[in-house]
Design a protein around this ligand. Structure first.
Ligand SMILES: Cc1ncc(COP(=O)(O)O)c(C=O)c1O
Length: 362
């Protein structure tokens, strides 16, 4: 009997039709230098890789890992060195995973979610995935005020707000005072994404005990240089974490990721050294880019630099021709360059010096 063709696309949840699958742009082109993903340019030193290898040899892989990663969560609490309990942390497969858990827990069909723009694209993705309505306010460069956000809260009544500080892609910080005033007055879930906070040395984690609605996310992918192991975490009040735990899947972190995470948390000195190297490079590059008076070079508290400019795509093209991959944004016209190894940054700076600018050739 001939089988009838099943129209698979008719079977999916309607909200998924708004989502395109996440595909890396320029997949076919190979670049020598990738400054597009805000990763750390530094891999782990060989001694630490050896330490990890020895641990893997000792570790039984036929058994499930620790059910809810208690050891790792407690190591994170020790590292943060704040008045927190291990039960105030949830770890995930990258911080994307804990952001997803947040919308999964709190956002239902039709709920509004508020964010600023431009910002990290996954907030919209997770909102739509949960059936929520995503709304953003275009606010950057010192235009972010409590009043403007409060006004939107009053008109939209969002269930959740995402604020990214330092913000991807602009690199700007959101004033702690604004965050705390919002946490105080807002009745929904206030998510502060601190993926890049290690580069700014400021955090609102210590306030989670006073504000039950404050959810802070962190990652091992950026300053810790471990994007490959996929590890991130959420910190919140006991009450908030208790609710998010409802959507947590058992054994969600594999034993190798968990073990590597615990090892790196003991290497404070290495991490601090690398952060200061990146900051030093960032400041040097910011100063140099700022020499181009036709560009709007944003001050950065993260490991990347955001630049707007009429002819900025010509510079992007020049980098591209020299096998350097960066991130391009069409609206508004801007680029984001991750701080790389000193030699790679020098290459970017040399190309900047060669760059004549002028009218853009589309
Ligand atoms: C602001 C922000 N949050 C979260 C993430 C996700 O990081 P990960 O899932 O690797 O922890 C990124 C990654 O680029 C990011 O830029």
């Amino acid at each position: 009997m001939k089988q009838m063709k099943v129209e698979i696309n008719e079977l999916i949840r309607p909200e998924l039709k708004k989502i395109k699958s996440y595909q890396k742009e320029d997949k076919e082109k190979q670049y020598k230098i990738d400054l597009s993903g805000n990763e750390s340019p530094f891999d782990l030193p060989i001694e630490i890789k050896r330490e990890i290898t020895e641990q893997i040899i000792k570790k039984p892989l036929n058994t499930y890992p620790n059910l809810y990663t208690e050891n790792l969560r407690c190591s994170i609490v020790n590292y943060l060195d704040l008045d927190l309990n291990c039960n105030q942390i949830i770890v995930g497969n990258g911080s994307d995973d804990v952001l997803d858990m947040l919308t999964d827990t709190f956002i239902k069909q039709g709920d509004f979610v508020l964010a600023l723009a431009p910002t990290f694209s996954m907030y919209k993705f997770f909102t739509v995935l949960s059936g929520g309505n995503y709304y953003n306010i275009p606010l950057t460069k010192n235009t972010v005020t409590f009043k403007k956000i409060k006004h939107k809260i009053d008109t939209l009544n969002p269930k959740m707000i995402f604020l990214c500080s330092p913000n991807n892609p602009t690199g700007e910080m959101i004033d702690q005072e604004i965050i705390l005033r919002l946490a105080e007055s807002y009745k929904g879930i206030l998510v502060i994404d601190e993926a890049y906070a290690d580069f700014s040395n400021t955090s609102v984690i210590r306030h989670v005990n006073q504000h039950t609605n404050l959810a802070v996310t962190r990652t091992f992918s950026k300053a810790f240089g471990l994007a490959g192991i996929r590890l991130g975490y959420l910190v919140g009040s006991k009450e908030l974490i208790e609710q998010v735990n409802r959507v947590l899947k058992p054994y969600n972190i594999n034993s190798i990721t968990s073990m590597i995470g615990r090892i790196i948390l003991k290497k404070n000195k290495l991490i601090e050294d690398r952060i200061s190297k990146i900051i030093k490079e960032r400041e040097k590059m910011l100063n140099i880019f700022s020499l181009n008076k036709n560009w709007d070079v944003y001050p950065s508290s993260a490991n990347f630099i955001y630049i707007k400019g009429e002819d900025i795509f010509n510079f992007a093209k020049l980098l591209n021709q020299n096998s350097i991959k960066i991130r391009i944004f069409k609206k508004p016209k801007a680029i984001r360059i991750t701080i790389g190894k000193p030699k790679d940054n020098k290459l970017v700076v040399d190309l900047f010096k060669d760059f004549k600018g002028g009218k853009e050739d589309e």
